[in-house]
Design a protein around this ligand. Structure first.
Ligand code: FMN
Length: 389
């Protein structure tokens, strides 16, 4: 238990994981922006992510960042594979830290889902018209040569050398993440990218030791986690984002995720970030109904049965809602994505809604002025009052 006063709402209790302390339980969920240039983050990322740190979030995850340029989904995704990319990330982590946030990077490899356009262009496969404007498609790699959709590009089946190389890329990316100033690394094991492509029997048809039964299909994920953990400082947290169930259902179940979570815990993963979907069908297709807190039941069961802390995400928008999930011990961290795009100061507003002083969660150059404004606003609570001149 932490030493914060018992009256403090759970959402605003600090959390220490290994040697890193988050000022509250609010995490910014990774959000791809398709705004990288030369695979490096830009001013867009600094402002986009900086707003969340200024708004009071405890942990700011940067978007999915590829372990190599050829494992990106699109030409506009970032990577962390060169010194220039490390420098560009460092500028951002320095700012996030200066605002009191803990910094996280989500490391990914798209596997068979490479070489597409942006979401607002339907993640369409790159074609000759893209090649004509300097954006030629390239071939992905995957556990088995199964295309994303019938008639789509067929990925090259990975041999054992490819498997070793992709694991080594994650190790290198973790080392670079440290140089780039990140406190937390998250392995992207969800949304149909390479790790989940190995986990799911829909995309993993291998007959060697990396396929077949559940232990075989988990082997790549577990070797990758073990190697990354060994390269990542022992006093810094390692998260794993899981698709707790897959997109169309039937391939990968919550029971499988509970088993996986236990194995991840044994290999030094600190938090399972509970998401879903992505292996089959459109990205937005999910067997999980989109209701408030739609991944919380997964986070709850994994936490209870695998004995590992969990982060819940998915349509969490209200302070009382987020606080209740923590108070009921259904998860350990709350992640938000879309709500923070709507209101980057959500943590400060949530603090206010839970009876704390929300202005304590904003930077001093904002809070000082807003406090003075509040003194006046108290006199005119509706704004419709007609003050006597
Ligand atoms: C613009 C945008 C980009 C996203 N990019 C990523 C990503 O890079 N990695 C990831 O794991 N999830 C990504 N997601 C999913 C979110 O992290 C989150 O799990 C999902 O939006 C549900 O949370 P919400 O209801 O709070 O938005 C993205 C979501 C949005 C809206």
């Amino acid at each position: 238990m932490d030493d914060a006063p018992p009256s403090l709402p759970p959402l605003f209790r600090p959390l220490t994981i290994r040697g890193v302390t988050l000022r509250n339980r609010i995490a910014v969920s990774p959000m791809s922006q398709y705004a990288a240039v030369d695979a490096a983050p830009t001013d867009w990322h600094l402002v986009h992510l900086g707003k969340f740190a200024m708004g009071g979030a405890g942990l700011v995850f940067c978007e999915e960042t590829s372990v190599s340029e050829s494992s990106r989904k699109t030409y506009d995704d970032p990577a962390i594979a060169t010194d220039a990319q490390v420098r560009a990330w460092r500028r951002i982590t320095d700012f996030l830290r200066s605002q009191g946030a803990v910094t996280g990077i989500q490391l990914g490899h798209a596997g068979r889902k490479v070489a597409t356009r942006a979401p607002w262009e339907g993640f369409a496969t790159l074609d000759a018209s893209d090649a004509a404007r300097g954006r030629a498609p390239w071939q992905g790699i995957a556990p088995s040569p199964v295309p994303v959709k019938p008639g789509g590009p067929v990925p090259r089946e990975m041999d054992h050398d490819d498997i070793r190389k992709v694991i080594a890329l994650h190790v290198e990316a973790a080392k670079r993440s440290l140089d780039a100033g990140f406190d937390v690394v998250e392995i992207h094991g969800a949304h149909g990218y390479i790790v989940q492509q190995f986990l799911s029997p829909i995309t993993n048809l291998r007959t060697d030791g990396y396929g077949g039964d559940l232990p075989g299909r988990m082997r790549f994920a577990l070797e990758l986690v073990e190697a990354t953990r060994a390269a990542w400082p022992a006093d810094q947290p390692l998260f794993f984002r899981a698709s707790c169930v897959d997109g169309r259902g039937g391939g990968w179940s919550l029971d499988d995720t509970v088993v996986l979570a236990g194995e991840l815990k044994a290999r030094g993963v600190d938090v399972v970030d509970c998401s879903s979907g992505g292996i089959d069908g459109p990205l937005t297709l999910s067997i999980v109904p989109r209701v408030p807190g739609y991944h919380v039941p997964f986070a709850e069961r994994i936490r209870r049965e695998a004995g590992i802390p969990t982060m819940a995400v998915g349509l969490i928008t209200e302070a009382a809602q987020a606080n209740a999930y923590l108070a009921e011990e259904r998860c350990d961290l709350i992640a938000l994505a879309r709500e923070l795009m709507w209101n980057p100061n959500w943590p400060a507003h949530a603090a206010q809604a839970l009876g704390l002083d929300g202005l304590d969660w904003l930077p001093k150059p904002y809070a000082w002025w807003l406090r003075r404004r509040e003194e006046v606003r108290k006199l005119y609570p509706t704004g419709l009052e007609q003050p006597v001149a």
